[in-house]
Write a protein that binds this ligand. Structure first.
Ligand code: 13P
Length: 235
């Protein structure tokens, strides 16, 4: 049974998020036992009704309970809504918001100690991919420095930067090579992300060592996301 996750990034309002989660939850009540995650914006977090196999997570948080960290949220704010799932290491936070590996590793350690489920993202930019598989793998290992890859609540996501939001998905061969290499070293669920959609999800989830998908753009319409879950539920 695959793991299917929706990353809203900076999309949806509280009102549309509530509708979306309710639609997905209603679908899951009767139709699927897939493990499903939804990551809404921080302003759309709430105490939503969810079935057991649906978790609402936060896209980012600061490694603190509370304090003076302007613009950030800590676990006191997450506890209000019983959020126990977090995305860490997403390429947009690494490359646009400038998070360093050291800061990411500290964040990982903090949320690990609190027992959060962590979806931890790694992925190489185009110029690294163009240098070949060896360079790509070296780059990915650097993104795992300071990360406890034996953590029992860890899910990894391989998201090549050049495939995110571009409509260019990695080829089956690319995904296979990377996923096989990662799985050889780390025995954790491993998602693929990067321009996954209804048209390619089945092919991607059928690749050995792909345990599911982390989806941005194609997940933002509830009906489309439900179709994706429906397509993969027998895999
Ligand atoms: P897209 O599905 O829009 O390419 O985004 C992938 C992603 O970044 C999910 O975290």
């Amino acid at each position: 049974m695959p793991i299917i996750a929706a990353n809203f990034k900076t999309n949806h309002t509280r009102a549309s998020t509530a509708k979306y989660i309710s639609l997905v939850n209603n679908y899951l009540k009767t139709n699927s036992t897939s493990e499903v995650y939804i990551f809404p914006t921080a302003t759309s977090l709430d105490e939503y009704e969810t079935v057991l196999n649906l978790s609402i997570g936060v896209q980012n948080a600061y490694p603190t309970k509370k304090g003076s960290f302007t613009g950030e949220i800590g676990t006191e704010q997450l506890d209000e809504f019983f959020i126990k799932t977090i995305l860490i290491g997403h390429s947009e936070r690494r490359h646009i918001l400038g998070e360093t590996q050291e800061a990411i590793a500290q964040k990982f350690q903090y949320f690990k100690e609190l027992g959060y489920k962590i979806i931890y993202c790694i992925g190489e930019p185009l110029e690294v991919k163009e240098q070949g598989l060896q360079s790509t793998l070296e780059y990915l290992w650097e993104q795992l420095v300071g990360i406890d890859t034996t953590y029992d609540k860890l899910i990894l996501a391989y998201e090549p930067v050049w495939a995110i939001g571009t409509g260019v998905t990695a080829t089956v061969e690319d995904i296979s090579n990377i996923h096989n290499a990662i799985k050889k070293e780390i025995n954790k669920p491993l998602l693929y992300g990067g321009s996954v959609n209804f048209g390619n999800i089945e092919k991607i989830c059928a690749i050995p060592n792909v345990d599911g998908a982390l989806i941005g753009t194609a997940s933002w319409v509830a009906e489309d996301f439900i179709k994706i879950i429906e397509t993969t539920k027998e895999l």
